[in-house]
Ligand binder design. Structure first.
Ligand code: PLP
Length: 388
């Protein structure tokens, strides 16, 4: 057996169910394993590699920063994190940004901001955060508590208190949760990615936003998976015509380097004061230089291409043999297949295409700039595998 497989099981904590594939090289939307076998990447490192593997322009931006300086403590000013924060604010209409290293850390920051804001404004007993059932917000104890899935909760009791879970796409239930609790914030993903590519309806998202505004409850939108061009808009909420109070993002923003951001709106822009929150690597210059490169390239033209590629996939696979339904938006799509999703992924991998699963669906998260010819090839193989 491959040494790396053996050594992984001997030395690495057993937290992942890996495919028996070792990645040794990637370029754009192509990736090669230990045997030199080529695959078309349709998973993007779970929505991380926005412009594919080792993208030249991104590598140049990251390398230039590495050669200037790789890190400085947050006790000094540096241009990359400031520039990135300015760009994020200008593109969202938000006011200030806190940088961390991951989606979970971005959500932790949002939860802290909401608790602090509500405690100062409405009293220390106003701390409940309503999230949705089937949501996923991260792996720290608090973001696990925010995650509306029993399975994760059972493993690590006691979790951080103060979370209540509402039914997906059920406004009456959300109204009830708001009426029954002293609520500081509502936190949603507009598409539940890990939850199985479950899309919130426009009426529901609008309704939740209005409910939050009416009650001076903060609306946090978790854009860790849906952000950074993935849905065909810069952020997923922009498909819904709402204005969140806090946006959290990570994954695709870094294009492959760890970064998380909590983007704070008018109400919470000054909630933090020196010493009240922090992160050693937060705003790391190399990660920020990469993220600036990514963000600058997610322009209207690219977003239109994401929507076109999404339409192409939908047109090719809708009604195809063995495919019952396609959920999702942009290049975050979930296929409901007649065959077991894992079996579909395994057959695709045998034929040189690498999709993902999400719950019972086959999940597609290719690079935003996947070339059309490569996408066509991947879709043909997925179609054939589902029909077999
Ligand atoms: N929020 C959402 C919506 C996610 O999809 C994820 C990860 O899949 C997270 C938060 C956690 O992000 P990270 O693994 O970077 O902490």
């Amino acid at each position: 057996m491959n040494d790396i497989f053996v050594l992984d099981h001997r030395y690495v904590a057993d937290t992942y169910n890996r495919y028996p594939t070792q990645i040794v090289k990637g370029k754009g939307s192509l990736v090669w394993d230990q045997n030199g076998k080529e695959y078309i990447d349709m998973g993007g490192g779970i929505a991380v590699n926005s412009f594919g593997f080792s993208d030249d322009s991104w590598v140049a931006a990251v390398t230039a920063q590495l050669n200037a300086f790789q890190h400085t403590s947050n006790l000094y000013y540096a241009a990359p994190y400031v520039t990135l924060a300015q760009k994020l604010c200008e593109r969202t209409g938000m006011k200030k940004v806190f940088f961390g290293n991951s989606g979970a850390e971005a959500n932790e920051c949002a939860i802290k901001a909401a608790r602090k804001y509500a405690a100062e404004k409405k009293g220390s007993d106003c701390y409940t955060i309503v999230t949705l059932k089937n949501s996923f917000h991260g792996r720290t104890l608090t973001t696990l508590a925010a995650t509306g899935q029993e399975y994760f909760h059972e493993l690590y009791q006691p979790l951080t208190p103060g979370f209540v879970y509402a039914e997906v796409n059920d406004l009456a239930d959300m109204e009830q949760k708001v009426a029954e609790n002293k609520v500081a914030a509502i936190m949603i993903e507009v598409i539940q990615g890990e939850g199985g590519v479950v899309v919130l309806t426009p009426e529901y998202v609008k309704g939740v936003s209005e409910l939050a505004q009416k009650n001076d409850i903060l609306l946090i939108v978790d854009e860790v998976q849906t952000g950074n061009g993935r849905t065909g808009q810069l952020f997923g909420y922009m498909n819904y015509g709402i204005e969140p109070d806090i946006i959290t993002t990570a994954k695709g923003l870094g294009g492959g380097l760890p970064i998380g951001a909590a983007i704070l709106g008018e109400k919470v822009k000054d909630v933090f004061t020196p010493g009240s929150h922090g992160s050693t690597f937060g705003g790391n210059p190399v990660c920020c230089a990469g993220a600036i490169n990514i963000l600058d390239r997610i322009d209207e033209k690219l977003l239109a291409e994401v929507r076109e590629k999404s339409e192409f996939i939908r047109k090719e696979l809708s009604g195809a043999k063995g495919i019952e339904r396609i959920d999702g938006m942009g290049l975050l799509l979930g296929l409901v297949t007649e065959k077991d999703a894992k079996a579909v992924v395994n057959s695709c991998m045998a034929r040189g295409v690498m999709p993902l699963t999400a719950k019972k669906k086959v999940r597609l998260l290719p690079a935003l700039n996947i070339p059309m010819t490569i996408l066509q090839k991947a879709v043909t193989i997925i179609k054939e595998v589902c029909a077999e």
